[in-house]
Design a protein around this ligand. Structure first.
Ligand code: NAD
Ligand code: GLY
Length: 367
């Protein structure tokens, strides 16, 4: 962080009737239970985290749970541990705690912990409260907001899950101080994505503030997180269960997931796959006459300013990537269904995309 000035906490509401909840973005939030204890209704609390994050931040959360019956459950670090088996272990931890229907789970970590903890909360006694305490930038601007929870199967990522909204999201940006730069930049890809899909003014703002964001300037970062969360909260409020508009949030994901899978989930982080994927989606859109080269160039420039990758890693084959894209959950009846765009700030769901055009874009961009 570049400044010691205290910044006031921002609050953005995800408006879903009786299930509405606030997203709080600020500094010192985890260590000050005044920011989140009001969201706890019962006596039992299980904090779910992982073995990287817990040594850094678990103590300050547990300290705020005095007077309650609280315990913690830790998973090993990494996407490979977002499993049914760990949901089973977390449910056992709830049983050992004697958790009743008014129990609450706190998810302390990145998107892996948040997705698994949220799904555990959706399952225990058919649904209990949970609070998201995201500690990666990606989780703050994307996965902690909107109630998508779930785990992976050997057959694929996020194949099992539930929509289960948190009671509150507490994004304490002080936790980002320990986040590796590569993970931080991957989170910025999800910020760019929001602007690229639906907010041209935000995209322009990002272009103007890219250097400050790359340097982690606190005020700029809080503003960027707040803008992305406000955008996503609006989409979720209009289409909670992804009947339409919410699918736009997957811009770049069909390409990105194929890249992540081809790289065996080690070559690229999720946000890096999304960055390259958005650019490929832009190039395909250009090829299909939906958008212009100038917009693609602006997107590429912004991603590069934020130290994100913009090219497919060497060794990946176009035909193999296309085959992986056919496995995407958004596809219907064997045809490719992609999120494409009509230039900065306007995305569109396109069904039956001509796979020869997709292959041509992949061929042009593989080495
Ligand atoms: P992650 O949870 O694996 O965290 C990335 C790495 O950073 C991990 O090694 C983690 O231990 C470490 N870490 C976390 N916080 C840290 C901190 N403050 N300091 C130091 N290290 C820290 O990955 P992620 O990028 O946060 O999330 C990716 C996951 O989110 C994927 O499983 C993806 O499917 C999911 N996701 C879900 C949604 C949704 O809507 N539910 C949206 C996007 C992504
Ligand atoms: N990350 C996509 C969504 O929340 O819908």
């Amino acid at each position: 962080m570049t400044t010691a000035t205290a910044h006031s906490t921002r609050h953005i509401d995800v408006v879903l009737g009786a299930r509405s909840y606030p997203v709080s973005i600020g500094q010192g939030l985890l260590g000050d239970p005044g920011h989140w204890r009001h969201a706890l209704r019962g006596r039992h609390v299980l904090v779910i985290s992982n073995r990287t994050v817990a040594p850094l931040y678990l103590d300050r959360v547990m300290a705020g749970l005095d007077g309650l019956q609280a315990s913690s459950f830790l998973i090993d670090d990494g996407e490979a541990h977002k499993t049914f088996a760990n949901v089973g272990h977390a449910l056992t931890a709830l049983a050992q705690l004697g958790a009743t229907r008014d129990a609450c789970i706190i998810a302390l970590g990145g998107g892996v912990v948040g997705d698994l903890a949220g799904f555990t909360a959706a399952c225990w006694m058919r649904g209990i409260d949970f609070i998201q305490m995201p500690t990666t930038l990606l989780a703050m601007v994307d996965s902690s907001v909107g109630g998508k929870t779930g785990v992976n199967l050997p057959a694929g990522k996020n194949l099992v899950g539930a929509f289960h909204q948190p009671r509150a999201v507490i994004a304490d940006i002080d936790t980002l101080a320990s986040l590796p730069q590569r993970e931080y930049c991957a989170g910025l890809a999800e910020v760019v994505k929001g602007a690229a899909i639906g907010d041209i003014e935000f995209f322009h703002w990002l272009e103007q503030h890219a250097d400050a964001l790359a340097a982690r300037d606190t005020a700029t970062l809080i503003e960027a997180i707040a803008r992305k969360v406000r955008y996503k909260a609006g989409v979720v409020a209009r289409d909670e269960t992804e009947q339409g508009e919410r699918a736009l949030l997957n811009l770049g994901h069909s390409f990105g997931h194929a890249l992540e899978t081809a790289g065996k989930y080690t070559a690229l982080l999720h946000g890096e796959g999304v960055a390259i994927g958005m650019l490929l989606a832009a190039r395909l859109s250009e090829r299909l006459g939906m958008s212009g080269a100038a917009d693609t160039a602006r997107l590429q420039r912004l991603l590069q300013q934020l130290s994100l990758p913009t090219t497919i890693p060497p060794g990946m084959q176009a035909q193999a990537l296309l085959a992986l894209m056919h496995l995407d959950k958004k596809n219907l009846a064997g045809t490719l269904r992609l999120i494409l765009w009509r230039g900065i700030g306007q995305a569109e769901i396109v069904s039956g995309v001509d796979e020869a055009q997709v292959l041509a874009v992949l061929r042009e961009n593989t080495r």
